[in-house]
Design a protein around this ligand. Structure first.
Ligand SMILES: *[C@@H]1O[C@H](CO)[C@@H](O)[C@H](O)[C@H]1NC(C)=O
Ligand SMILES: *[C@@H]1O[C@H](CO)[C@@H](O)[C@H](O)[C@H]1NC(C)=O
Ligand SMILES: *[C@@H]1O[C@H](CO)[C@@H](O)[C@H](O)[C@H]1NC(C)=O
Ligand SMILES: *[C@@H]1O[C@H](CO)[C@@H](O)[C@H](O)[C@H]1NC(C)=O
Ligand SMILES: *[C@@H]1O[C@H](CO)[C@@H](O)[C@H](O)[C@H]1NC(C)=O
Length: 362
């Protein structure tokens, strides 16, 4: 009996152990699977977080600016106004959702130095971007079948928000901290420039900063939301676009936009006219191509979207009516009298001593 009992107990015992073992195995397997899947996520999350917090070049999705602390301290000092009011406008189309979402994250990351604004009369766009942290203003004046007139965007932005600089930028352009770094330098340089009386004309108090863009195909959210990634893809896959295409027009707060003709955005000719006019008016025109990285999100629509529109000649026709003969070639980036340059990390503004002959204003 004893033996039987032992045997049967042993047997039961063995059954128990194997059951327990199976259970443990099963449990471990589930835990392992869970952990495996989860750790890949955790690793991703950690990398992501490390990027946001540790890498000063990184733009957080939260939109918090992570500029170099010394620069932040230096600039914030006792200032209350932002450096730049940055505005754009677009018509809501599904095939541009990703492009605009990337722009949204990219521009928000330049806060608090930069204030992004979208001009729109479309409630859906206004709602989404206001929630994301953009400011939203209505398009007050439009032409050419509903395209915003450039000057009123500037005038409205200047009236409603105080900053050192203002600029319209095409909605598919992405920036890095080089935008902020360059503007800080120009601002600081401006004081020395005017104190040393190099300029004795008041028109030199008006500044226009322009530059060339770099085209990059099929930018992803990951690339567009990180300054270091964006810099990397621009270097690897980017192509510096032609020097007669200007996508941003950064002007000082006193700039006489009131006198500019009613050209619209997104149609050719106005960019070169603006630069040419500024040169003729003897404003301080600065080509910042060398220090501001402006990446164009090129999609399947290519690099000449405005040329496919029915009203593509709106600006040219208007300018020719007003001024007859318009020499657009005087308004290419390399004709700017000043340029920014960078030397071992230090940005400076230099006078261009030998402009090309085609830059000469008769
Ligand atoms: C900032 O403002 C405070 C108080 O007005 C002043 O004491 C300080 O010197 C200012 N700092 C700079 C860098 O201007
Ligand atoms: C981008 O934004 C639009 C709305 O503006 C939204 O419907 C869409 O899902 C967003 N995401 C992507 C990746 O396009
Ligand atoms: C203004 O500056 C130019 C050179 O930049 C100089 O030739 C001219 O004499 C100056 N005029 C006055 C009134 O100082
Ligand atoms: C970009 O993506 C499109 C598909 O939307 C593809 O046809 C095209 O080849 C891509 N271009 C490059 C340069 O990767
Ligand atoms: C540069 O200085 C002049 C003279 O003080 C001023 O009128 C102008 O607004 C300044 N420009 C910028 C961009 O601050």
């Amino acid at each position: 009996m004893q033996t039987d009992k032992t045997v049967s107990t042993g047997c039961r015992y063995r059954e128990w152990t194997s059951l327990l073992l199976t259970a443990i195995l099963c449990f471990s397997f589930i835990v392992y699977l869970y952990l495996y899947v989860d750790t890949t996520n955790i690793t991703k999350a950690i990398t992501f977080f490390k990027n946001i917090q540790g890498d000063p070049q990184f733009v957080g999705i939260s939109g918090q600016s992570t500029l170099y602390p010394w620069k932040q301290r230096e600039l914030i000092k006792n200032r209350t106004k932002p450096l730049l009011t940055l505005f754009t406008s677009w018509l809501d189309t599904e095939d541009k959702y990703l492009v605009h979402n990337i722009t949204s994250v990219n521009w928000l990351a330049l806060r608090p130095f930069v204030v992004p604004i979208v001009f729109t009369n479309e409630a859906a766009v206004g709602k989404v971007y206001a929630r994301a942290g953009w400011l939203v203003l209505p398009v007050r004046v439009a032409a050419a079948d509903g395209v915003p007139v450039l000057k009123y965007m500037y005038l409205d932005a200047m009236k409603q928000f105080e900053s050192d600089f203002y600029t319209y930028v095409n909605s598919d352009i992405l920036f890095t901290n080089t935008l902020v770094d360059t503007l800080i330098e120009i601002l600081q340089n401006n004081q020395t420039f005017h104190n040393s009386a190099q300029s004795n004309s008041t028109s030199q108090h008006h500044t226009l900063i322009i530059g060339r863009r770099t085209n990059v195909f099929n930018i992803t959210m990951e690339e567009g939301s990180s300054w270091s990634e964006l810099t990397k893809v621009a270097k690897k896959k980017g192509e510096l676009f032609r020097s007669d295409a200007e996508d941003y027009f950064i002007t000082s707060s006193s700039y006489p936009w009131i006198d500019i003709p009613e050209v619209v955005i997104g149609r050719r000719a106005y960019d070169n006219w603006l630069v040419m006019n500024a040169r003729k008016q003897k404003h301080q025109v600065i080509d910042a191509s060398e220090t501001i990285l402006a990446v164009h999100q090129t999609t399947k629509d290519g690099n000449y979207e405005g040329m496919k529109k029915k009203t593509k000649e709106h600006n040219h026709n208007l300018l020719v009516t007003l001024y007859k003969n318009v020499q657009y070639s005087l308004g290419v980036t390399e004709c700017a009298e000043y340029q920014t340059t960078i030397n071992t990390g230090k940005i400076s503004i230099i006078f261009r001593t030998n402009l090309a002959t085609y830059c000469r204003i008769q």
